[in-house]
Design a protein around this ligand. Sequence first.
Ligand code: GAR
Length: 212
Amino acid sequence: MTAPRPEPARLVVLVSGSGTNLQALIDAAADPAYGAQVVAVGADRHDIEGLRRAERRGIPTFVERVGDHPDRAAWDEALTRAVEAHRPDLVVLAGFMKLAGPAFLARFGGRTVNTHPALSPSFPGMRGPQDALEYGVRITGATLFVVDAGVDTGPIVAQVAVPVEDDDDVEALHERIKTSERAMLVEWVGKMAREDFTIDGRRIRFQPKDQS
Ligand code: GAR
């Protein structure tokens, strides 16, 4: 008799834009062996392709805009409640252009990851590909990390290197990064879903799930 497959991990994904990283997760999760399912998608703005990708697959969505709340702290609390309603095992920020606030980190710290289009600790912030291009690096990439209170500073889960080509503009470079970034995100979010992990200082350590 084979052991029953464990329940898939519940992912809530937060987006602000086109949502191609979200789409890669949704597609991967269609295979039960992936071990995770996207149970909800949240955003900080309406009318974005990321939300439409979820709607097309019948995945529940929610929007919490900063401007609809009296201040940032109230937004942080509302976002935390909205995510909490979907009982995530892991929260994935996939092109979410806001910093997680203290309420969010108190609730989901240690199980929220973010993907950044640069090789940390280089080029944190909103303009990773542009900053790398302007600096003139020959290799950049993407970083998946556990979110902390800083800007792209949390413990690193995975990185992937991507070459900068001579004729790159920001868009071409970012698109090349995103191709590798999506594969990295799918691989490592799946691993985080299927295995146990502990955060030991700045190192993430994985071990097979205890099935007993
Ligand atoms: C991704 O490259 C992601 O790393 C980046 O936005 C893009 C979203 O693409 N995020 C940041 O720059 C956050 N600082 P997508 O909407 O097509 O997934």
